[in-house]
Design a protein around this ligand. Structure first.
Ligand code: FPP
Length: 258
């Protein structure tokens, strides 16, 4: 599509590493969530258009999915488009949807072969119809898979998700199907789009910023955070490996004592 970028990307393909695991199998985080930040800055550094940064980000994302699957991570949640990202120029947004189409078309066979189950969190109803169709096909093809679950957060915002959950619970009360006293943490979790999946153990954010940006606010209550300076397109399996090692070295107490 943009042949002038190809030289920049070829480097990645050669980077596939052996099937190593960063820790013992039982230490591997069950759920890893990632804020894939820095595509735009990466593009600027390479004097390329922002779209090229997103394309390179897609390649990094592909590698991260492969690594997560190889290492036995059970859930990988990828912040791909936030409810706030609509503030970007139309051209950039349109490119991101084309990239989503491209990714699901090119990678779906490999994902099926890897027994990966795809999930979407967020509101896909505002996406272009063609993208919604591509996503629906990918969801259908992977719905019975039992391996790694990859959750793409698309048009996702944590506050939006919590408000929606509260509204749904309030309707149940209005219809007298539940009482106010029935509301507990489990019920609220069940109304979130991540329902049925364990909360993230590890949250990784690239590109140096140390903030959460409206991502999984409820679910990360006890997650370990690892902030990485590399821009997302430069985030390789090696960086993922180190982030998991940093996580394994942490002592998780969940508010208790050692
Ligand atoms: C943040 O970088 C990244 C995004 C808003 C988009 C993430 C998308 C991908 C990694 C690729 C494709 C996704 C799918 C699901 C196929 P930024 O643009 O905010 O970077 P900046 O802060 O440096 O400007």
């Amino acid at each position: 599509m943009f042949p002038e970028w190809k030289g920049v990307f070829r480097r990645r393909t050669a980077q596939r590493v052996e099937n190593d695991r960063p820790c013992r199998a039982e230490e591997i985080p069950i759920h890893v969530a990632v804020i894939m930040d820095g595509n735009g800055r990466w593009a600027r550094r390479h004097a390329l258009p922002r779209a090229a940064g997103h394309h390179a980000g897609m390649l990094a994302m592909r590698d991260a999915i492969r690594a997560a699957d190889d290492w036995g991570i059970q859930v990988l949640t990828l912040y791909s488009f936030s409810t706030e990202n609509w503030k970007r120029p139309r051209q950039e947004i349109d490119y991101l949807w084309r990239l989503v189409d491209e990714f699901f078309q090119l990678d779906i066979d490999e994902l099926v072969e890897r027994n990966v189950r795809i999930k979407i969190i967020g509101d896909p109803s505002q996406l272009p119809q063609v993208t919604q169709n591509t996503i629906a096909r990918a969801l259908h093809r992977t719905k019975d898979n039992t391996g790694l679950t990859v959750q793409f957060a698309l048009n996702y915002g944590s506050r939006w998700e919590i408000v929606k959950a509260v509204q749904e619970i309030a309707y149940q009360i209005e219809k007298r199907e539940i009482a106010v006293t029935d509301i507990d943490e489990k019920m609220l979790s069940d109304y979130l789009s991540t329902s049925g999946l364990p909360d993230p153990d590890l949250l990784i954010r690239t590109a140096g910023d140390q903030r959460i940006s409206n991502f999984l606010l409820w679910q990360i209550a006890y997650a370990e955070f690892v902030f990485v300076n590399e821009m997302w397109p430069d985030f390789t399996r090696k960086h993922f490996y180190s982030a998991i090692q940093a996580y394994v070295a942490r002592e998780r107490r969940f508010g208790g004592l050692k």
